[in-house]
Design a protein around this ligand. Structure first.
Ligand SMILES: NC(=O)c1ccc[n+]([C@@H]2O[C@H](COP(=O)([O-])OP(=O)(O)OC[C@H]3O[C@@H](n4cnc5c(N)ncnc54)[C@H](OP(=O)(O)O)[C@@H]3O)[C@@H](O)[C@H]2O)c1
Length: 260
């Protein structure tokens, strides 16, 4: 039986996707940094859903992380039919006030590692008669977001890369889906340093639960949808961005995200 490999599976959306795939009887390989959380999730999911769950605690932005994952798969002689590139994070603040190295590290995880892992696992995915890639972007991919400028641009990259790759792989048995969630109730805001009441209140108004995002995302994956945005408000907002002047959309975002 082939495995589903999920990055960032220790928390939030990645953990919810792992659970959703376990429910559908997929064996799993969980990847993230937190060894204890991964061990706990592996234990819970294997017992509850009678699936095989392996895990690898690794800092994906560290040197050689992708090689470590490939080595693990090879040593354990695993086959992979689903790759979920979910690990990622945001940073909130003025570009010139945020630390440059931290912003570059974020780009490395959100983009470079996603591309490297996809490249490295594609030959395995191509061995299966049908396999799937799910890349996690964000609704911020659909417009420039002042005060999250690098993050939003990194997610625009994910949408564009996923669409291009999906087209290249058409007819090969490897399907590519790009998931763009809006605000979701996870660790994301805390990790991004989005700790003002104004930001928390505005996210709370539209926030979705990770389990709901994951269930819809996994359905979209198996439906072979190229691009999927969960939630009606998120869909409408992303769609409206096609018609509204960019300056207006960016001005609205700046008002929401501008630090005090
Ligand atoms: N929540 C939202 O509002 C939202 C909206 C749009 C898009 N997204 C996207 O959804 C994805 C998941 O985010 P989330 O909301 O679920 O956030 P989260 O709760 O912070 O989860 C992030 C996951 O990524 C892992 N991770 C972070 N850095 C890592 C690294 N260097 N190496 C390995 N694993 C790493 C974390 O695990 P460890 O800490 O154990 O390493 C964790 O499992 C991200 O790509 C994010 O950009 C989130």
């Amino acid at each position: 039986m082939a495995f589903a490999l999920i990055t960032g599976a220790s928390k939030g959306i990645g953990k919810a996707i792992a659970l959703e795939l376990a429910k559908r009887k997929f064996d799993l390989i969980l990847v993230a940094r937190s060894n204890n959380l991964l061990a706990q999730i592996a234990d819970e999911l294997s017992q509850q859903y009678q699936v095989s769950v392996k895990y690898l605690a690794v800092d994906l932005s560290g040197n050689g992380a992708v090689g470590q994952i490939s080595g693990f798969i090879q040593t354990e002689e695993l086959q992979v039919s689903i790759l979920v590139n979910n690990a990622g994070y945001g940073l909130w603040g003025r570009f010139d006030k945020l630390n440059l190295l931290q912003q570059l590290n974020m780009l490395r995880l959100n983009n470079e590692i996603l591309v490297s892992l996809t490249y490295s696992l594609l030959p395995l995915l191509q061995k299966e008669s049908q396999s799937y890639i799910l890349n996690v972007a964000s609704t911020t991919a659909y417009q420039a977001v002042p005060y999250m400028s690098v993050y939003a641009a990194s997610k625009a990259f994910v949408v564009s890369f996923s669409r291009g790759l999906s087209n290249e792989l058409r007819g090969t048995g490897v399907s590519v889906t790009c998931l763009s969630p809006g605000a979701t109730d996870t660790n994301f805001m805390e990790q991004a340093g989005m700790n003002t009441q104004k930001l928390i209140n505005s996210a709370n108004k539209v926030s979705m639960m990770p389990q709901v995002v994951a269930e819809q995302a996994v359905n979209a994956l198996f439906d072979k949808q190229v691009e999927f945005i969960p939630g009606v408000i998120n869909k409408i907002t992303a769609y409206a961005n096609n018609f509204l002047p960019k300056k207006t959309v960016e001005g609205i975002a700046a008002n929401i995200y501008r630090p005090a």
